[in-house]
Design a protein around this ligand. Sequence first.
Ligand SMILES: Cc1ncc(COP(=O)(O)O)c(C=O)c1O
Length: 423
Amino acid sequence: MTPKAERAETTRQADLLERAGRYLAVVIAEGRGSHVTTVDGRDFIDYHLGSGPALLGHGHPEIVAAVQRQVPKGSTYYFLNEPVIRLAERMVEAIPCADQVHFTGSGTEATFFAMRLARGATGRSKVLKFEGGWHGMHDYSLWGTVPKRPSAYPNAEPDSIGIPEVLRGQVLVAPFNDAARAVEIIQRHANDLAAVIVEPLQRVLQPVPGFLEAVREAATRAGSVLIFDEIVTGFRIAWGGAQERYGVIPDVATYGKAMSGGFPMAAIAGRGDIMKHFDARRTERPRLVWASGTLNGNPVSATAGVTALDILSRPGVYDHFHKIGGRLRREIESLGTRYGFAVQAPGEDAVFGVRFTARKPLRNWEDLLTSDTQLNLRWSIELLKRGILVNPNEKFYLSLAHTDADVDRTLEACDQAFAAIKR
Ligand SMILES: Cc1ncc(COP(=O)(O)O)c(C=O)c1O
């Protein structure tokens, strides 16, 4: 792009963001089921769901009742407690790779400590991640997450200022869905590679057949810990998350968002021989990986989590996401096409994106760079005006509370939004 074209683009973007601000600046007064209302009385069908955690919808009556029973008994103890033990048991039942669970406060902490765990268990220091993969806000995750252009693999640039320069070369990146490239980087760095971390559904990109399998095999051969970041996919795209859906089992996986019923909590789950490094009862001090936190194992969040997992384990739950989300994805694509847009709804039924691009199939970050984010922003503004709460260029999160009537209303709004941006 020429400097002049780049300046024009920036001005256009600033103008769009200013307009978006008018509609996106919602102050939520309350959420109920699949809806939120704002302090000025506007009602929205919510497809952001707190960025994923409200998988059961807002204020689910069983979660509210369980939390109300727990709160008078105290909200934090630091020590082990019954709700957190029950949650750990429930998670070990559900998660294929899990022998043991370690709780943290946020997803960022979970991936940060999972990487430290891998370094402690292997005695190595480097981590390989995939370009465009999101693993939270710490200094080892913010490399090659949203680059403007493809990286010089396996070298990556930090996404934020303030990331220590000494970490350059410690975090490697590869393009998602390119098995040969990933295997080659893993082999080349095998002696130093502590971990490979991957979002098995990378934002809205499904893994192509064979990709996760190849990464699994290469990590095993290299003696590196394979970490699945299931903070979005865990308990959302299947009861056993991406491991169940795609049939590949990592060594360790991180959880957050939906696992604790909309309350703040996250976790690391994994194989006993690796997880033991967190456990002072099973590991001598020099081999111990430190990962404690004041609010870890919070009993209120754990109570919400146990209740959420009870609800999610009931028959028909995942069929609901396929039915509702599948219909939305199909019809958004066909409406857009009818208005002459190259539009796709990649992802899984319970969490997907809408991307304006003719590039098919969408396999990696470079492919996503072809999508028209400004058009998406304009479309999203039209949806917001019509009472549909979405985060532009991000994801549609579905909940158990979304109904067929919500989908009808959403598709009507999508139709009008396509018509509006066509004009
Ligand atoms: C895949 C993934 N990993 C990690 C995180 C970080 O989680 P948190 O925002 O709880 O720190 C996120 C947050 O969106 C995520 O989507």
